[in-house]
Design a protein around this ligand. Structure first.
Ligand code: M6R
Length: 600
């Protein structure tokens, strides 16, 4: 979380910094700021809110200088105010930071005793103070930043500029990601190489614990292998698509939802060719480890590993799994699942598993990410870049890839023959048409949403994979509609949650007409009997069996219960989006959230 960008390119950099920050805004949009260094010294501009607000500040009062750093913030310590916005500066040193300085309180006490005064509530403010102290103690710029990395505990990626050296940026990282690039006109630093799209050239990721200095023409790495690592530069791949980034849609979320049929087809095709699936097949148990929507994708696909492949499958929340000290069997495989490939807890699981000598597996959507580099075997979903904070096409792509993996494992374990495997995979691929039909139900879901728009709470029910769909649907509504939406396994209703049902409360029931349909319908009847407003998502057979029970019944496409459940996920994306839009909310940038959760 938090996006860092820096440029040293011999030209006035303020506009370039702000344009580049826009590409990093998915990492946080609580505040933004830049620091430019030039003949006039250090010049800072900061504003709470999104980058557009900073752009407005800078438009009327542009700082001059050809070297600068920039930051878009997701607040961890201190409210999202102007004063807490980065960069933070002290004694001619300005710093932008991504991560958490865990021992910031102790560091503030130490520095306060030395006469330093702090003006923000942030952990990050200690960084320019330490660097300035190290400079006063006689260290050069790089040494001062390297020493700061030693003093500050926790995860950090940082970039610093100096009033007394207006020709350089010094950068460092431990834990949080940071990459540097060299193009024809200068040197750049960014939290995410995607921001280099606008500069071209070549880039490389900083190694953990590495410090580097960006001059106008080059990047100098500290450490013995500084020269050797020059061979590890990769070309910046410039995007082919120009024009309207939302392609005519009202939001990135709308665009990304519409891309689901293609994302599904591409991912099924790629997963059919994933190398190394036999390593999963040799396992005696699998743990899928993830956070948020990725966790629900694992939950939705679990039955395929268990029923088809005969492989016991646990689904684990990464932040719990890593600290639980659970017992893994000798041949158990841990598969980490992540859209961004940057989620701190999921990444930590990979790193901790590697340190324990286990082979590590990841399924990730972002090819240039920390997890793709960290895992021994990384498979890629092929959903394309997702910008809206709510996972949509990446969720369905994860489900697609997991089901292909499960089927291929089933084949490798001799549970299905090659013919049945191919038929099943073809059937799975053809679900892209069903997804298209579901997308055509937007108007229907918009009208279903109108009954919810003024409600502060909602309940979602389902069983088996449909429970995972209910969880994912409820998360979407919480995240972008700010509605207290809770999902329960329908069988759990009578164990407590039913006490919350009162007249008018919306309850969404996901019930494909499978062997569990009658049981789920009983739960629907129980909430209806207590006055709930019932929205039933089912197929044609289910709708016929439910009759007039629900206040609103949406008939979903899908040839079997599994397909109907996939369709329900998309219908629930529409439901959340239309509720959020009716409330006038920004579906792409919901409050308090960021696209990548790079802090624990
Ligand atoms: O990048 P990841 O898949 O690891 O992210 C995990 C969650 O932060 C993410 O799925 C989050 O829950 C989504 N914004 C939900 O829409």
């Amino acid at each position: 979380m938090c996006g860092i960008f820096g440029a040293n390119n011999g030209r006035p950099v303020a506009s370039k910094l702000i344009d580049s920050l826009r590409r990093l805004e998915y990492r946080g949009y609580d505040s933004a700021g830049i620091a430019v260094v030039g003949a006039q010294g250090l010049d800072l501009r900061r504003a709470s809110g999104c980058v557009d607000r900073l752009a407005a500040v800078v438009r009327d009062d542009r700082p001059e200088g050809t070297v600068g750093i920039a930051h878009t913030r997701w607040a961890t310590h201190g409210a999202p105010t102007d004063v807490n916005a980065h960069p933070h500066a002290f004694d001619g040193v300005a710093v932008v930071h991504n991560g958490i300085v865990e021992n910031h309180a102790e560091l503030k006490w130490w520095l306060s005793d030395l006469g330093h005064e702090f003006v923000t509530e942030t952990d990050s403010e200690v960084l320019p103070h330490i660097i300035a102290k190290m400079r006063r103690d006689g260290m050069d710029h790089r040494q001062a930043v390297a020493a700061t990395l030693e003093y500050a505990k926790g995860s950090l990626a940082l970039a610093a500029v100096f009033e007394d050296a207006p020709d350089r940026i010094v950068v460092a990282r431990r834990g949080s990601p940071l990459a540097v690039a060299i193009s024809e006109d200068g040197a750049y630093v960014s939290s995410d190489p995607a921001a280099f799209d606008a500069v071209g050239g070549r880039f490389t990721h900083l190694e953990d614990g590495e410090v580097a200095e960006l001059t106008r023409g080059d990047v100098w790495f500290d450490g013995a292998d500084g020269d050797a690592r020059r061979n590890r530069w990769e070309p910046v791949v410039l995007p082919q698509d120009g024009g309207d980034p939302r392609a005519g849609h009202s939001s990135f979320m709308a665009k990304e939802m519409a891309e689901q049929p293609d994302a599904w087809s591409r991912t099924v095709a790629s997963a059919r060719a994933f190398a190394g699936v036999e390593e999963l097949a040799a396992a005696d148990r699998i743990a899928i480890v993830a956070c948020g929507s990725s966790y629900y994708a694992g939950l939705m696909a679990r039955a395929w590993f268990e029923r088809e492949a005969g492989l016991a499958c646990d689904i684990e929340v990464a932040s719990e799994f890593r600290h639980r000290g659970g017992v893994l069997s000798e041949r158990q495989v841990v598969l980490c699942l992540s859209q961004s490939g940057e989620t701190a807890d999921t990444l930590a699981v990979i790193e901790e598993m590697r340190a324990a000598g286990r082979r590590t597996f990841a399924l990730v959507n972002t090819a240039r990410s920390a997890m793709t580099r960290a895992a021994d075997r990384c498979w890629l979903t092929d959903a394309g870049r997702e910008i809206g904070v709510a996972a949509t096409k990446t969720f369905t792509a994860q489900v697609a890839a997991l089901v292909v993996l499960a089927l291929r494992v089933a084949h490798a374990r001799g549970r299905i023959d090659a013919d049945r495997l191919e038929k099943a995979l073809d059937g799975l691929a053809s679900l892209s048409d069903m997804i298209r039909q579901t997308l055509a139900l937007e108007g229907r879901m918009a009208s279903a949403a109108s009954a919810f728009a003024d409600r502060r709470s909602a309940f979602y029910l389902g069983r088996g994979p449909a429970f995972a769909a209910a969880l994912e649907g409820a998360l979407k509504l919480k995240e972008i509609g700010y509605v207290q939406a809770e999902a329960y396994a329908a069988g759990e209703l009578k164990h407590g949650p039913i006490a919350l049902i009162e007249p008018g409360v919306p309850v969404v029931v996901v019930a494909p007409s499978d062997h569990l349909f009658e049981k789920t319908l009983s739960s629907a009847q129980e909430v209806k009997a207590r006055g709930a407003r019932l929205l039933l998502l089912t197929d044609a057979g289910g709708a016929a069996r439910a009759g007039r029970l629900a206040d609103d019944t949406v008939v979903l496409p899908g040839a079997d219960a599994w397909a109907v459940t996939v369709s329900a996920v998309i219908a629930l994306q529409f439901l959340a989006r239309h509720i959020a839009t009716a409330r006038g909310l920004d579906v792409d940038r919901p409050r308090n959230l960021a696209k990548s959760v790079t802090v624990e």
